[in-house]
Design a protein around this ligand. Structure first.
Ligand SMILES: *[C@@H]1O[C@H](CO)[C@@H](O)[C@H](O)[C@H]1NC(C)=O
Ligand SMILES: *[C@@H]1O[C@H](CO)[C@@H](O)[C@H](O)[C@H]1NC(C)=O
Length: 501
C-alpha cells in the first residue's frame, strides 16, 4: 500500500504539490487615476493560480520566504492635540462621521473594510499642533515635580485616544515630548533652546510620570521617546536641542526608573530625527547607552531612506522605526503616493524599519489648527485625513499609502503576530517599474497556514518621457511555483496562504 501511495504521489505530482499553497484571492488596490482607492476585490471564483514556472515576465518578482527579516510593528500617524481637537469636535457635531472615520482608520480585524492603523505617536505636552504651549509641570524650579499634572493635556486628547484604543486593542502608542518643561532649559521656555544637563534626573522622573499619567488615564504605552527632533531649535514652537550624550544620560536614568516602577515592557526609542544623521547621533547614542534604548527612529525631512542602513550596519540588533513625514497642501496626489511607497511604506521596511508613520492624523482643509505664532508648516501641512468644521471629511493620499502597507502585515488571527518581512527581488528588463515589499504573517496554531503578502508599487507612468501609464504583466515566483498578474499603475496589496515553512 505504501508503495502505491508513493507512486501515486509521483504520478500526480502537480496536483498534490498544488495543495501546499492557496491561489490568490485577496487584492486591495489604489490606482493613479483613483478608480481604485484602497478598493478590495475577492477574485472568487477566478483566483490567480500558481502554475509550474514558465518564461519569466519582463518584471519577475522572486520571493525567498526562507529568508526572514524584522517583525513589523505597524503603520500609522500622530495624534496631535490639533488632530484630537478636530476629531472631538466632529464627535459632538456628527458622531456618525466620527465613528466611520475611526473605524476605517483603526479597525485591525482580519477581513474588515478598514486600514487597521496600529502605530500611533502622541506628543507629550505641546507641539506645533497644539492650542497653547504647555508641559505637564510648568512650575519653575519644581524639581520634585509636585505640580506634575497629566491633565494639563486637553481632555479631548484622552477622549479621542480612548476611542481609538477601544477600536484597536493592538494599538502601539509611542509618546514623546517636543520639549522638556521650559525651566529645564537655557532658554527658560519650551520654545527653542537647549536642555540643561543638571536636570537629567529630573527630566527622567518627568518622563516616568508621563508614563504613569497615561497609565492612570487607562492607556498601555508601547514606547517612549526622550525628545522629538533633538537637533532642532525653533523659537516659535516647542523644540529643544538635546545632545546625544545628554539623551544617553537621560535614557539610562529613565530605563532604571521604568524597570523599578513596572514599565519594564515599555521600550525607549532614541534619536527621532532625520535620516541624514543616521551614522552620527543615533550611533553615538548606542555607544553611550545601548542598554537603555531598544532602537531609534527616523524622520524624512533630510537625507534618504537608505541612510537607515548606515545605522543598521553599526547596530544590527537595535530596532529602526520610521515615525514622521508630512504631506503639504497643493502637492500632486499620485506623485505623493509614489514617494511615500518608495521611501516610507515599502522603502522603510526594506531598509530595516519596523514601522512607517506620517505626521498629523487629522487637520482641516487649511492645514490648521496650528499653535498660534508658529512658523512651522510654511506650506500648510496636510493631515492623513482632512476634517472640516462643517463635518465633511476626506481621506488624503497619505491615508492610501499607509492603508496599502498596513493591510499587508495585520495579524491574521486574534492574538496572532504581525507580519515579518521576507526576502524579495524584482528581476527582468522592467524591474525598475516595480517597488516591492514582501511579508509573512504567522498563525496562532502551528497547523494553520501562514499568510504571504506583497505590497507592489507600479510607477511606470512615464515610460518614454511623457505621461503614459503602463500596466506591467508580472510573474511572481514562490517555492517553485509561478503566478502571473498584471499590476496597473498604482499600489496593489495581495495575499495568499501556504504550508508552514
Ligand atoms: C464644508 O467645508 C469645506 C471647507 O471649508 C468646504 O470646502 C465644503 O464645501 C463645505 N461643505 C459643505 C457641504 O458645506
Ligand atoms: C518606449 O520607447 C521604446 C523605444 O522606442 C519602445 O520600444 C517602447 O515600446 C516604448 N514604450 C512605450 C510604453 O511606449
Amino acid at each position: 500500500m505504501l508503495f502505491h501511495a508513493l507512486s501515486a504521489c509521483l504520478t500526480f505530482a502537480s496536483p498534490l504539490l498544488a495543495q501546499e499553497i492557496t491561489e490568490i484571492y485577496d487584492i486591495w488596490q489604489t490606482t493613479w487615476d483613483r478608480s481604485g482607492l484602497f478598493t478590495y476585490t475577492n477574485l472568487y471564483p477566478n483566483p490567480i493560480p500558481w502554475n509550474t514556472p514558465g518564461t519569466a515576465g519582463s518584471a519577475d518578482i522572486v520571493i525567498t520566504d526562507g529568508t526572514v527579516y524584522q517583525n513589523i510593528v505597524g503603520f500609522g500617524a500622530a495624534l496631535t492635540d490639533s488632530s484630537a481637537q478636530l476629531l472631538s469636535q466632529l464627535k459632538s457635531t456628527n458622531s456618525d462621521n466620527y465613528w466611520d472615520i475611526l473605524n476605517y482608520l483603526f479597525d485591525p480585524t482580519d477581513g474588515a473594510d478598514a486600514a487597521g492603523f496600529s502605530y500611533l505617536r502622541v506628543p507629550l505636552g505641546a507641539s506645533d499642533f497644539s492650542a497653547s504651549v504647555y508641559s505637564f509641570d510648568d512650575v519653575s524650579g519644581d524639581t520634585s515635580l509636585d505640580s506634575f499634572d497629566i491633565n494639563n493635556a486637553p481632555s479631548y486628547l484622552f477622549e479621542v485616544l480612548s476611542d481609538i484604543a477601544g477600536i484597536n486593542n493592538l494599538l502601539k502608542i509611542h509618546i514623546v515630548p517636543w520639549s522638556p518643561p521650559g525651566w529645564m532649559k537655557d532658554s527658560g521656555t519650551m520654545l527653542g533652546g537647549s536642555f540643561l544637563s543638571q536636570y537629567t534626573d529630573t527630566f527622567a522622573s518627568y518622563l516616568l510620570k508621563c508614563l504613569q499619567g497615561f497609565q492612570s488615564q487607562g492607556f498601555s504605552i508601547w514606547a517612549i521617546g526622550v525628545q522629538n527632533e533633538p537637533q532642532n531649535s525653533d523659537t516659535t514652537y516647542p523644540t529643544c536641542l538635546i545632545s546625544a550624550a545628554q539623551e544617553a544620560a537621560i535614557g539610562l536614568q529613565l530605563r532604571t526608573l521604568m524597570d523599578d516602577n513596572g514599565f519594564s515592557d515599555t521600550i525607549i526609542i532614541g534619536y527621532e530625527h532625520n535620516w541624514n544623521d543616521a551614522g552620527a547621533y543615533p550611533v553615538q547614542l548606542m555607544e553611550d547607552a545601548a542598554s537603555a534604548f531598544y532602537g531609534v527612529s527616523f524622520h524624512c525631512y533630510e537625507g534618504s531612506v537608505s541612510d537607515q542602513e548606515t545605522f543598521y550596519n553599526a547596530y544590527p540588533d537595535k530596532a529602526i522605526f520610521f515615525t514622521e513625514c508630512t504631506g503639504e497642501i497643493g502637492s500632486d496626489w499620485w506623485s505623493d503616493i509614489k514617494w511615500y511607497m518608495d521611501n516610507i511604506f515599502i522603502g522603510s521596511p526594506n531598509y530595516w524599519g519596523q514601522s512607517g508613520a506620517m505626521w498629523n492624523l487629522v487637520l482641516n482643509g487649511l492645514g490648521q489648527p496650528l499653535l498660534p505664532g508658529t512658523d512651522s508648516c510654511g506650506t500648510p501641512c496636510r493631515g492623513v485625513v482632512t476634517v472640516n468644521s462643517n463635518g465633511t471629511y476626506n481621506y488624503n493620499q497619505e491615508f492610501y499609502a499607509i492603508a496599502q502597507a498596513s493591510k499587508a502585515i495585520l495579524p491574521k488571527d486574534v492574538g496572532g503576530p504581525f507580519g515579518q518581512r521576507i526576502e524579495v527581488a524584482v528581476n527582468g528588463d522592467l524591474n525598475w517599474g516595480l517597488i516591492v515589499g514582501a511579508y509573512v504573517t504567522n498563525r496562532v496554531s502551528s497547523s494553520d497556514w501562514p499568510r504571504y503578502s506583497l505590497v507592489v508599487l507600479n510607477w511606470d507612468d512615464t515610460p518614454n518621457g511623457s505621461w503614459d501609464p503602463q500596466d506591467i504583466t508580472t510573474t511572481i515566483e514562490f517555492r517553485g511555483y509561478q503566478a502571473t498578474y498584471t499590476f496597473p499603475v498604482g499600489v496593489t496589496t495581495i495575499y495568499w496562504y501556504a504550508e508552514p515553512n
